[in-house]
Design a protein around this ligand. Structure first.
Ligand SMILES: [Zn+2]
Length: 351
C-alpha cells in the first residue's frame, strides 16, 4: 500500500505527482500553495519519499524502506528541509545564508537517493537577497535536483520564481471529510470531531493538532476575545491592542485568519436574517437552500445578536478590511500601521 494514502483529500494533486513519477517526468521545481495547516509540507515530504523510495514503481512511496523512513523523520542526507528562522521581532525570514548553504549541498552528488530534494517551506518569508540567490538555482538547477517550495499564495513570491515552478494549489477540504478523518484515523470522539471540523476552515492539519493540544483552542478563544475588546473599545484601547499585537508579528496572520472567519460568520448570519421571514416559527426545511455553514459554531448565540444589530454592508466592509490587512502583512507592510488602520474601520460595539 502506497504512502500516498497518508494524504487526505487533495486527490488530484497526488494523481498529478504520482503520474509524473510513473512516466519519469517529474519537474525540477514545484510550488505548493494554500493556507497554513492544509497539508503542503506533508505533500512535499511524501513526494520526496516517492522520488527516492526503493520499492517497485507502483508502490512508491512505500513508507517502509530506509529512504522513506529517513525522509519521514527529516533525516535523509539527500532531502533538505529549509524553514524560515524566527527573528527577534518574531518575523519568519529565510536568509541568504540559508540559500548559500542549500546551494552548496545541492551541488554535491546524491549520497543515497536518486534525487536530491530541497523542501523550502513558507517561501513567502524569503527576503529579497535570499529570493534572488535562490532564483539562480532555479534557473540552472543541477541534475537530479527537485525543488519543492510551499507558500500561502503564489502572488507573494517574485514572479520570476513562481513562473519557473509548476504550481499546485491546495484548496481547503470539505468539513465532513475532516470530521470523518478525525473520527476514523485519529479516533477523536464524534462530538469533538464535529466542532473541530467546523472550526478548521478546511485545514485538516489544524484540526488534528487542535484535537491533541488543548492550548490551540485556548489560543483561538483568546484571539476572538481580543477582537471583542477592539470592537468594544475606544480609539485609545484599539491603538493599545494594535501595539501589543504588532510585537508578535509572527502570530498575526493566524490572528487575522480567526478574525476573518468570525466576520464571515457574522455576514452569513446577517444576510440570512435579512432574507428570512420576520416571524418566529421554525422554518420549513424544504423552502430554502441549506444555509452556509458557520465556522465558529461555539459562538453562534453572540454572533446572531450582533448580526441583528449591524448592517450587512458594515459587516462586509470589516471583512474586506481584515482581508486587506492580511494581504498587506504578507507583503511586509508596517505591522502597527496596518492594524491601526484596520481598527479605525471597525464598527464600535455598544458596551
Ligand atoms: Zn519507500
Amino acid at each position: 500500500m502506497s504512502n500516498w494514502n497518508q494524504i487526505i483529500g487533495h486527490d488530484w494533486a497526488v494523481q498529478l505527482l504520482a503520474n509524473a513519477l510513473r512516466h519519469d517526468r517529474a519537474g525540477h521545481a514545484y510550488l505548493i500553495t494554500g493556507p497554513a495547516h492544509i497539508g503542503k509540507t506533508t505533500l512535499a515530504r511524501t513526494f520526496a519519499q516517492a522520488l527516492n523510495c526503493t520499492a517497485v514503481v507502483d508502490e512508491r512511496p512505500c513508507g517502509e524502506c530506509r529512504n522513506c523512513k529517513l525522509i519521514a523523520a527529516d533525516r535523509h542526507p539527500d532531502v533538505r528541509l529549509v524553514q524560515p528562522d524566527i527573528s527577534s521581532r518574531g518575523k519568519p525570514t529565510i536568509k541568504i545564508e540559508q540559500m548559500r548553504e542549500l546551494q552548496q549541498g545541492l551541488s554535491l552528488a546524491a549520497y543515497e537517493g536518486r534525487y536530491k530534494v530541497a523542501i523550502l517551506t513558507q517561501f513567502d518569508a524569503a527576503n529579497a537577497n535570499a529570493a534572488n540567490a535562490f532564483l539562480k538555482t532555479l534557473e540552472e538547477p543541477p541534475n537530479n535536483v527537485v525543488l519543492l517550495l510551499t507558500a500561502n499564495d503564489a502572488d507573494t513570491l517574485l514572479p520570476t520564481i513562481a513562473s519557473r515552478c509548476r504550481t499546485i494549489g491546495l484548496r481547503p477540504l470539505p468539513t465532513d471529510l475532516i470530521e470523518q478523518s478525525l473520527t476514523t484515523r485519529w479516533h477523536v470522539p464524534e462530538q469533538q470531531a464535529h466542532v473541530l471540523a467546523c472550526l478548521a476552515d478546511g485545514r485538516l492539519g489544524w484540526a488534528v493538532q487542535a484535537s491533541q493540544d488543548e492550548t490551540i483552542l485556548q489560543t483561538r478563544a483568546a484571539r476572538l476575545a481580543q477582537l471583542q475588546d477592539v470592537l468594544a473599545g475606544n480609539r485609545v484601547t484599539r491603538f493599545d491592542v494594535a501595539d501589543k499585537l504588532s510585537r508578535k508579528a509572527e502570530e498575526l496572520p493566524d490572528v487575522l485568519q480567526s478574525w476573518l472567519s468570525w466576520w464571515r460568520d457574522l455576514l452569513v448570519l446577517a444576510q440570512a436574517q435579512r432574507t428570512a421571514p420576520a416571524q418566529h416559527t421554525a422554518p420549513a426545511q424544504h423552502t430554502a437552500p441549506a444555509p452556509l455553514a458557520l465556522t465558529n459554531v461555539d459562538h453562534e448565540t453572540a454572533l446572531r445578536e450582533l448580526a441583528a444589530a449591524w448592517s450587512s454592508p458594515h459587516i462586509l466592509e470589516s471583512l474586506q478590511q481584515t482581508n486587506l490587512a492580511l494581504w498587506q502583512l504578507q507583503r511586509n507592510a508596517n505591522t502597527r500601521l496596518v492594524l491601526e488602520n484596520l481598527f479605525l474601520t471597525y464598527p464600535q460595539r455598544a458596551a
